[in-house]
Unconditional design. Structure first.
Length: 122
């Protein structure tokens, strides 16, 4: 049972995509340049994926087995990729490139956070 609970916790963490931007790797910034348009599209997709994750999280946490939780995670990943592909101005490769760059580039991370705040309702 411990392995199942560990897997459930890992799945919950994976679904909570905020963890991917929550930590920056210390060191030199990457030279990757992304336009404001690309980052705005990224922020819109990221926001929609987080909303989707909130819907999926209770189902994954209530999974009766590790296999069921893993299957739900696969379904969530498919749905998240669809969200990205349906967002104008970005594809899954661009989304992943921006996510990876933001993990090690504090300036890029700050630009993304600013765009995420702009998307929040007042």
């Amino acid at each position: 049972m411990t392995r199942f609970f560990t897997m459930s916790r890992q799945i919950a963490i994976a679904i909570a995509t905020t963890a991917l931007l929550a930590t920056a790797v210390p060191g030199a910034s990457q030279a990757a340049e992304f336009s404001d348009g690309q980052l705005k599209s990224f922020a819109m997709a990221w926001t929609n994926i987080n909303q989707l994750a909130e819907q999926w999280k209770p189902q994954v946490e209530a999974a009766e087995s590790e296999d069921q939780a893993a299957e739900m995670l696969k379904q969530f990943e498919v749905a998240a990729n669809q969200v990205i592909e349906q967002t104008d101005g970005i594809g899954t490769t661009d989304y992943q490139d921006i996510m990876k760059a933001a993990q090690s580039d504090p300036a890029l991370k700050e630009r993304i956070f600013a765009m995420l705040q702009d998307l929040q309702p007042n």
